[in-house]
Write a protein that binds this ligand. Structure first.
Ligand SMILES: NC(=O)c1ccc[n+]([C@@H]2O[C@H](COP(=O)([O-])OP(=O)(O)OC[C@H]3O[C@@H](n4cnc5c(N)ncnc54)[C@H](O)[C@@H]3O)[C@@H](O)[C@H]2O)c1
Length: 206
């Protein structure tokens, strides 16, 4: 795709369209007019048509856009294949909540399986939970993202993930651990977010 000539604002809207299209596809929609999509994403239909025109001539007058074709184009040309096969380590309270939610299938991908040091004590889960020793065998092919929800030995869990080729870790653990160059860690911490909010709210009052 000639990204050079595509305005930045248009590029920023593409993920919004793709997310909407995947949701629509999921609910059985196969073709859509720009006006209908406009209502769905709250973006003017003229803007949508202009944005899509950068991708080639995709729609037909009176027919609209083929949803599958549009998704294919976004996936292929923009490299936005939101089909990540994600794994989770630490199937405790937090891990189970994430596994039970797991509704990102038309946005980023899905949690395919989980690992724990005590899988036998995890109880009922919607996806399989294996022992961490089985990680190398059970990790899905092409998997590169892991969610870390362990409560102990975080470094060991991270090392195992890296050995299995994981290059991106969503970290809920609150613990410091080392990763080699080329592996990205995104910490998520509700407590520090609340602290930041308290601090910023206090400052707003001044
Ligand atoms: N970031 C946040 O905002 C946030 C919020 C809540 C909890 N947490 C943190 O998330 C972690 C999990 O919390 P929880 O309430 O689910 O705990 P939990 O005790 O219910 O679950 C932890 C699970 O991890 C497993 N485990 C422990 N060490 C492991 C390892 N090295 N490898 C694989 N599995 C391992 C345990 O067997 C258990 O099933 C804790 O570290 C907690 O502090 C973070």
């Amino acid at each position: 795709m000639p990204t050079k000539s595509v305005p930045k604002a248009t590029l920023q809207r593409y993920p919004i369209y793709l997310k909407a299209l995947r949701k629509l596809k999921n609910s059985g929609v196969t073709r859509i007019m720009s006006k209908e999509l406009s209502e769905y994403v709250a973006i003017e239909s003229t803007t949508i048509r202009r944005d899509f025109s950068f991708l080639g001539s995709l729609g037909k007058q009176g027919y609209g856009y083929d949803v599958d074709r549009l998704i294919e184009i976004f996936n292929e040309q923009l490299g936005m294949g939101f089909d990540e096969k994600i794994i989770l380590v630490g199937a405790g309270n937090l891990g189970k909540a994430l596994m039970n939610y797991n509704r990102w299938n038309h946005v980023v991908g899905e949690i395919v399986c989980a690992f724990d040091i005590r899988p036998e004590s995890v109880g009922k889960t919607p996806i399989p939970v294996y022992h961490v020793d089985e990680m190398k065998d059970k990790i899905p092919e092409g998997c590169r993202i892991a969610i870390l929800c362990v409560s102990s030995n975080v470094q060991d869990a991270a090392d195992r993930l890296i050995e299995c080729g994981i290059t991106g870790i969503v970290d809920f653990s609150h613990e410091h651990f080392q990763v080699p160059k080329g592996v990205l860690v995104k910490p998520i911490d509700v407590v520090s977010t609340i602290q930041e909010l308290v601090f910023e709210t206090n400052n707003m009052k001044k």
